[in-house]
Design a protein around this ligand. Structure first.
Ligand code: MG
Length: 360
């Protein structure tokens, strides 16, 4: 039996997707050509490769907002990633786009985050002359570091969507890191914001940092007054405002952009700005983040001085010491970073191991 019939059938089904969807048949392919899987499309295969990496598993102990949370209901980078994938799949399917591509990119989009979330990222950015961005590092992890320094040889479209998934403060759709080349990539970029704004609100309430009543009135009025309502409004609005992506309008129009309606987009940006001011860069969260930054800087300095101690599974032996240190340290989970730093005498890491220094 020729099992390739399965993949060909799956690829045929992609022909029924929107004319704006990314198809395996028109993919720009992989850096190193390889024989296709008999039973999966290229994007399904990429999704599976990402899921099976060690870097993906480590997301379970990496910070989303609250550092090394001891309480089980706080979101970690892993549960955040799964929520992004879920939202992205729903939106991609509703818009008749390629759900497999969206899922693959969503699962990989945050894989380059270091310990302590954006605090770790900011610390490494200050350490390296070329800076450090988690989206670029996600691509480096998947394309270079994983698979014993060979990379996963993912398709161009998945890597592009991951590289351009990052957003700046102020506007979810600002083009700071470029617009993803596929609509599926744009879906992932927006789904990321939908997921984190909403689960971070729940976590901030859980941590006692804000109450539901603190949320901006305008945002509550437009998006809804509960977690479920807000998620539903944002996802439904994204689908409706991006309806042209289904490609049903006759004529030769260029591909539309994935977007919210103006008033919902505005409410989402307001809610996001509120989170920056009241949660991400505020009070205990900010103090913990500062401490996390010091730990990351300490570790970076140590491993620049002692490059041979950076595990070769996470850093390439031929690279300069700064690159090796950044690759190694950014691969660490919160708890691993704290343990190593505490052992090496980092003052900020003392007394911060599980169970201590936590917000409730
Ligand atoms: Mg994310």
């Amino acid at each position: 039996m020729d099992l390739n019939v399965v993949r060909r059938e799956l690829e045929d089904r992609e022909e029924a997707l929107s004319r704006f969807a990314a198809r395996t048949s028109t993919s720009r392919g992989r850096r190193r050509p390889e024989a296709p899987s008999p039973i999966r499309t290229a994007y399904q295969r990429d999704r599976d490769r990402i899921l099976h990496t060690k870097a993906f598993r480590r997301l379970k102990h990496k910070t989303q907002v609250f550092i090394a949370p001891q309480l089980d209901h706080f979101v970690t980078r892993l549960t955040h990633t799964l929520e992004v994938a879920q939202v992205a799949r729903t939106v991609a399917r509703a818009l008749n786009l390629n759900e497999d591509l969206a899922e693959a990119a969503a699962l990989g989009h945050d894989i380059g985050h270091g310990p302590f979330g954006h605090a770790g990222e900011a610390a490494l950015a200050e350490c390296l002359p070329e800076g450090f961005r988690h989206n670029y590092h996600s691509v480096r992890v998947l394309d270079v570091l994983e698979n014993n320094g060979q990379g996963l040889n993912l398709t161009y479209e998945v890597l592009d969507a991951i590289e351009r998934s990052s957003k700046v403060r102020g506007d979810i759709f600002a083009d700071a890191w470029g617009v993803p080349g596929t609509l599926e990539g744009q879906v992932v970029k927006t789904s990321d914001a939908i997921a984190y704004v909403n689960h971070d609100i729940l976590d901030a309430i859980r941590a006692g940092v804000i109450t539901e009543g603190d949320l901006p009135v305008a945002a509550r009025r437009i998006l809804g007054s509960t977690h479920q309502e807000r998620l539903d409004t944002l996802i439904t609005d994204l689908v409706e405002a991006s309806w042209e992506a289904r490609g049903e309008t006759p004529g030769d129009r260029p591909a539309p952009r994935i977007r919210f309606s103006d008033h919902v987009g505005d409410a989402a940006n307001k809610l996001r700005e509120f989170m920056f001011q009241r949660v991400y860069l505020y009070g205990d969260t900010r103090r913990e983040a500062e401490r996390g930054k010091q730990v990351v800087k300490f570790l970076f300095a140590y491993f620049v001085e002692h490059p041979s101690e950076a595990s070769e599974s996470f850093a390439l032996p031929g690279d300069p010491p700064e690159r090796r240190a950044a690759d190694y340290v950014s691969g660490m989970t919160d708890r691993f970073a704290l343990r190593v730093a505490a052992q090496l005498g980092c003052p900020e890491a003392q007394g911060w191991l599980p169970g201590e220094g936590q917000m409730r």
